[in-house]
Design a protein around this ligand. Structure first.
Ligand SMILES: Nc1ncnc2c1ncn2[C@@H]1O[C@H](COP(=O)(O)OP(=O)(O)OP(=O)(O)O)[C@@H](O)[C@H]1O
Length: 778
């Protein structure tokens, strides 16, 4: 099956991308050039093939790649614009012959710093393919374009027909919200580095800061003479939207970031790529902000605003390196001219030209990236690896009867690029069938840049590849021939461009073990040295096998190096995340500890003050009690001294002795009880460690419950009774009652010094001094 028949075959076997190669001119100190462009053969006028000569490594295979066309260093933006057929892509979108248009995709792919952004977005003096394509779109639609200012319902009708549930804005409203006063000083055009960390925005990039309106855009190259056909019976509206894929998530570039309530940082909300109610068979980026542009100038202003929000950073490989895959979408909406039918507006249909500036693959070692930028690079490399696999598969599918499934769901980038390129199951069943999108990929390369990274990109993006194994001199030859000259690599035995070129050994289809597990097979050209004798065939074969193995291993090594880079960056990302989590945990632990200490000290202080107050009450109570005792004793002594006559003397003496005995008895009892209480208090004080004590409330209730359950008087002292520290007044009073001397002494106190004779009992006499020790306790 030749290439033409492959391309015209039904969608299942269609190659999705035309692939062009653009070489970047040398800048600064040029190192050794490893890429050579082959002269076109007689049938072609433009070069299509390049050769990659591994620098300083004669053991590595020489690779030859075929592209739709190769643009050399001197090719201008206009050359690229014309040759890749941007005008025909625009024409497909405009659908000049009626009906729905065809979606078109234009993307750049390459190593970092190889010129992708230059090609797509141009520079301060040169327009890129995006600006040129927009120019052609507006020029071609001409007067058939509808504008919000002249058609007030335009916004509303477009919004109603929009499948992506986007928010439609008129250009004037959007630009007024983004740009400062038109009279404000001018800002140079083209993107500026945005100081963003992760997905948050630093103070310099807050939405409060409005941009300065660019006064003029570059006018070169000029395409004013170029316009393509549009449908004269239709009227058009142009809707522009922009988003980026950063760390595998989609962010709208035209929606301002929102300030987070918790972190106070400005953040964008990631969007979903999904099927909606109005587009069940097609995935769309849902919820995008879209701007209705009535002129080229408005569209360029929107582009400028979106580019300002795109993530870029300076790396060791490129001073303004794109850190995300940027998508710029020009939706051309179209409807039949004329009056409404039955009062209903004619329906809008539409096709989209999507222009993609992919972030470049990079090696951490060369780019000297670290932290967030290194983690970004890991994600970029990973998504580009998946893109490479998809390109490989779709190309293999184009050359086989039984197509392989393109694994485009592995990351957001490939989902966005491929998921709508194939007819969905539902669109097979329904009559409505969209034309498959037309896609052009421009691979950019620096012929003096990073050989390994360039070779890797070319391997999976080229339309075809051939490998020439270098001839390695035999050992005998080396010994017997002196001096030894390094033989030049053999040329391919078949010219590049012949039908088998569509085979690509890298990322072999159906290889479950990964891209590096498949040895070279189909298109390795075995080369034979013309000077070798037939007798050395065995040896030569062995050497060739060894050379093949070396080539395979070096390729495997390249892949592993790349995988290692991305793994390392992922690990570093995880490690930095872990570290920040550990810091957070330490902070939390510290805060909790401080809270605990404060709470503990507060409670301790409360306990101490309660304890001090109780002690004070006890001391006062004891003093009062002994005061009364002494008073009673003094009174009784005075009564004895003032006895009226001798006859009663004996009686009085005996009565006084009895009273004294009773008093001593009471005092002894009271002493006994107070000693017990005192012991209890001492014991309690001894074990009064704040951490071991129950909360006061609990203990208070325990004590009271305990005395109730024993059925006795809660106020009567018992061995083992706990002190009640209940802070409320009634508890305190109860406790004081418990500590009262006795009923007798209470009655003594109540009668204010008049001892009642009824309560006097005769008991064995006890010596006062025998109890003197008891007093020491107070
Ligand atoms: N064809 C060209 N002619 C002149 N200058 C070029 C060309 N291609 C690239 N450059 C210059 O090379 C530098 C790097 O180019 P650019 O930023 O486009 O690289 P990139 O591939 O987009 O890198 P990254 O992936 O890191 O964003 C820029 O200064 C750019 O102006």
């Amino acid at each position: 099956m030749d290439r033409e028949s492959v391309m015209s075959a039904p969608p299942k076997s269609q190659s999705l991308f035309q692939v062009f190669l653009r070489l970047r001119p040398a800048q600064g100190m040029a190192s050794e050039r490893f890429l050579a462009v082959e002269e076109p053969d007689t049938k072609h006028t433009t070069p299509k093939h390049i050769t990659l000569n591994p620098p300083n490594d004669r053991r590595r295979a020489i690779e030859k790649f075929a592209f739709t066309q190769v643009f050399e260093e001197d090719a201008t933006q206009l050359d690229v614009f014309h040759c890749i057929g941007v005008a025909s892509l625009v024409e497909c979108v405009l659908a000049p012959h009626g009906g729905e248009g065809t979606d078109a995709l234009l993307a750049t792919l390459g190593v970092t710093g190889s010129g992708k952004t230059h090609t797509i977005l141009g520079s301060r003096s040169q327009r890129g393919l995006t600006q040129l394509a927009l120019d052609v779109v507006f020029r071609s639609i001409g007067r058939n374009i509808l504008d919000c200012s002249s058609h007030p319902t335009l916004e509303q009708t477009i919004s109603a027909s929009d499948a992506s549930e986007g928010a439609i804005f008129s250009a004037s409203a959007f630009l007024d919200s983004v740009y400062a006063d038109p009279a404000a000083p001018l800002r140079a055009s083209s993107r500026a580095p945005t100081p963003m960390i992760g997905e948050s925005y630093g103070p310099a990039a807050t939405p409060a800061r409005r941009l300065h309106r660019p006064s003029a855009f570059p006018q070169q190259p000029d395409v004013s003479s170029l316009s393509v056909s549009s449908d004269p019976s239709s009227e058009y509206a142009v809707v522009v939207s922009m988003y980026e894929v950063y760390n595998d998530r989609i962010f709208d570039l035209l929606t301002p970031p929102i300030k987070s309530a918790t972190t106070k940082e400005y953040r964008r909300r990631p969007l979903l790529f999904k099927s909606t109610e109005t587009s069940p068979d097609r995935k769309v980026v849902a919820g995008l902000r879209k701007v209705l542009c009535g002129s080229l100038h408005q569209a360029l202003m929107v582009l400028e605003a979106g580019l300002h929000e795109r993530r870029v950073a300076g790396t060791g490989s490129n001073s303004v390196s794109s850190r995300s895959h940027g998508f710029f979408c020009v939706e051309v909406k179209k409807r039949a001219k004329g009056n409404r039918r039955n009062g209903v507006e004619n329906p809008w249909t539409g096709s989209t030209l999507t222009i993609v500036d992919l972030a470049g693959s990079e090696r951490a070692r060369d780019a000297k990236t670290a932290g967030t930028t290194l983690a970004e690079a890991g994600k970029i490399n990973e998504s580009l690896m998946y893109l490479g696999q998809c390109l490989q598969m779709q190309s293999d599918a184009a050359n086989k009867d039984k197509p392989n499934l393109v694994p485009f769901r592995q990351c957001k980038l490939t989902e966005l690029l491929f998921s709508n390129s194939f007819p969905s199951a539902s669109s097979y069943s329904t009559a409505k069938h969209r034309n498959p999108q037309k896609a052009v990929m421009i691979v950019t390369a620096d012929p003096q840049g990073d050989y390994n990274a360039t070779s890797q990109i070319l391997r999976y993006s080229a339309l075809a590849r051939e490998v020439t194994v270098p001839r390695i001199p035999s050992i005998t030859q080396t010994i017997h021939t002196a001096p030894v000259s390094i033989p030049a690599p053999q040329q391919c035995s078949s010219p590049v461009g012949s039908p088998p070129l569509h085979n690509r050994p890298f990322f072999s289809p159906g290889s479950a073990a990964g891209p590096y597990s498949q040895p070279f097979s189909s298109n390795v050209q075995r080369t034979f040295s013309p000077g070798s004798s037939p007798g050395s065939d065995d040896h030569r074969t062995t050497m060739e096998v060894a050379a093949l193995e070396i080539a395979r291993l070096s390729e495997e090594l390249d892949y592993l190096r790349q995988a290692f880079d991305s793994e390392r960056s992922a690990r570093q990302e995880a490690e930095s995340h872990l570290l920040s989590m550990e810091d957070r945990m330490l902070e939390l632990e510290q805060a909790i500890r401080e809270d605990c200490v404060t709470e503990f000290e507060r409670r301790l202080e409360i306990e101490m003050s309660r304890w001090r107050a109780n002690m004070q009450v006890e001391v006062e109570r004891g003093e009062e009690h002994w005061g009364r005792k002494i008073e009673v004793f003094e009174r009784s002594m005075a009564a004895t001294a003032t006895a009226p006559n001798d006859e009663n003397m004996l009686d009085n003496e005996s009565e006084s002795e009895n009273k004294e005995n009773v008093l001593m008895e009471d005092i002894n009892e009271e002493n006994e009880r107070l000693r017990r209480d005192n012991d209890i208090l001492r014991r309690e004080l001894a074990c009064m460690s704040p951490s071991k004590r129950m909360p006061l409330q609990e203990r208070g209730s325990d004590a009271s419950t305990g005395s109730r359950t024993k059925g006795g008087d809660p106020g009567s002292p018992r061995p083992g009774r706990k002190l009640n520290f209940n802070p409320d007044e009634s508890g305190l009073r109860r406790k004081l009652e418990n500590l009262r001397v006795s009923d007798d002494s209470a009655s003594l106190r109540n009668s204010s010094g008049s001892t009642s004779p009824k309560k006097v009992r005769k008991l064995a006499t006890k010596r006062w001094d025998a109890n003197a020790d008891d007093d020491d306790m107070f």
